[in-house]
Design a protein around this ligand. Structure first.
Ligand code: SR1
Ligand code: MG
Length: 421
């Protein structure tokens, strides 16, 4: 199926893709028997599950506009190209961590991929109070492997520069992040919304906070100017699918070259938001255990990331940065360890900043998350959100003075306890 782009529908998909070998092999040859459902609940794309007598597959198609807003906000189809290329790199660098890709059609901006079942979106699992045993390990490894192996610590620099040029064209999706994450939350941008009137006072206070605004812009500068590695670019709990025994990362359409700390910070922010939202989901019983679990997951994710990143540093540092010829080959292992320490502590400081502003944008900006949005009682929702906002501000503004994840988690626990009866 090539030619001019045309959005698929449940009705047209079997006819239009009925001859596609990637689908017929997996689903069955008789397309008239396929069952098609559209299940996309993200902000941007169409997602179809196609089932037949032989099996199932997912067909994801980009739309020429932002689905959340409508055709008044055009968005190029080429994001599908970046998603496809990011997925192939992630599979190479962290095998088994993303869905298998069966087919890519650039003209139709569609990717045919593995149907993950019975996986569910991690965010939904955390809202339901499910304590998944392996997510810290799986996500920590994914981040360390993709972020290390996509950088000049590992890649042949000519190849990395070519890749950097390829992904540099993902301008419009970067633009979304640059505005929606780093700027819009800090002034009364047109598409912003928040729980009102409950949060009005706090929102005004945050927008008048000069230190916070300056910090957000320093982080934006880092995001835009530090092309360190190929990022997933939108690594939140809605971009991860889980069952107890498996974790897969999906949706890297925001992929581009940026700072290592961005993916890690976004991800941890989503665990901290899940933590602050739990009080809004206690209708069927206390979530004390879930809160403790979520803080443990943040600590373990960061620990696994550090251990794996350090392991790769010691065993796979083949790129042009911190060459072995300057360190190990001179008998200077300590020098290499000192450089590693320096790098990890820089990632730590920056990830706290990215985490803090990710929390803010999900409460003050356009794209909210279901952790808070599904709390029907507006007063209760606002009280959870207010705590998260306060936490986000603290870690973003004071990130250079915070030295351990325990310190951050103690702060989260302390803020969570405030004004509780
Ligand atoms: C207009 S897109 C809003 C958000 O949805 C995506 O998942 C990204 O997080 C983006 O910032
Ligand atoms: Mg997405």
């Amino acid at each position: 199926m090539t030619g001019k782009f045309e959005a698929l529908s449940v009705e047209t998909l079997p006819t239009r893709l009925g001859a596609n070998a990637a689908l017929t092999e997996r689903i069955g040859k008789d397309a008239s028997q396929w069952k098609v459902r559209e299940v996309g609940d993200g902000n941007l794309n169409l997602v179809f599950i196609v089932e037949g007598d032989r099996g199932a597959a997912v067909v994801k198609q980009a739309l020429p506009y932002v689905r959340l807003v409508g055709d008044s906000w055009p968005l190029p189809l080429k994001r599908s190209f970046f998603e496809y290329h990011a997925l192939t790199r992630q599979e190479r660098r962290a095998p088994g961590s993303v869905p298998a890709i069966y087919h890519f059609d650039e003209d139709q901006a569609l990717i045919v991929m593995e149907y993950l079942s019975p996986h569910i979106i991690l965010r939904r699992a955390l809202i339901e109070g499910r304590e998944l045993p392996n997510i810290a390990r799986d996500i920590g490894l994914f981040m360390a492997r993709t972020l290390f192996r996509g950088s000049d610590l590992s890649m042949v620099t000519r190849e990395r520069k070519a890749d950097l040029a390829l992904f540099a064209d993902n301008v419009e999706l970067c633009d979304i992040t640059e505005n929606l994450v780093f700027s819009d939350p800090y002034f009364d941008a047109r598409m912003n919304r928040h729980t009102s009137p409950q949060l009005d006072g706090l929102v005004a206070e945050l927008r008048a906070d000069r230190d916070l605004k300056v910090e957000a812009q320093r982080l934006k500068h880092l995001f835009a100017a530090n092309a360190e590695t190929l990022l997933h670019g939108d690594l939140h709990s809605g971009s991860i699918m889980v069952i107890d025994t498996e974790t897969r990362m999906i949706d890297p359409e925001f992929a581009f070259y940026g700072p290592i700390a961005f993916d890690v910070g976004m991800l941890l922010a989503n665990f901290w938001m899940a933590f602050f939202s739990q009080r809004g989901h206690e209708e069927n019983g206390s979530r004390d255990s879930m809160r403790a679990y979520l803080l443990k997951v943040t600590a373990e994710t960061w620990a696994i990331f550090r251990v794996e990143f350090s392991h790769l540093w010691r065993t796979e540092r083949t790129g042009m940065l911190y060459q072995r010829s300057l360190f190990e080959d001179q008998g200077d292992v300590l020098g290499s360890e000192q450089a590693l320490d320096h790098m990890l502590s820089g990632i730590w400081t920056d990830l706290l900043g990215f985490a803090g502003i990710e929390v803010h944008r999900r409460i003050l900006g356009l794209a909210h998350n279901a952790d808070f949005e599904t709390i029907a009682d507006a007063d209760l929702r606002a009280s959870c959100e207010a705590k998260a906002l306060k936490f986000g501000r603290h870690i973003a503004v004071n990130r250079r003075q915070i030295h351990s994840i325990d310190e951050v988690n103690n702060l989260a626990a302390l803020i969570e306890q405030e004004n509780r009866i």
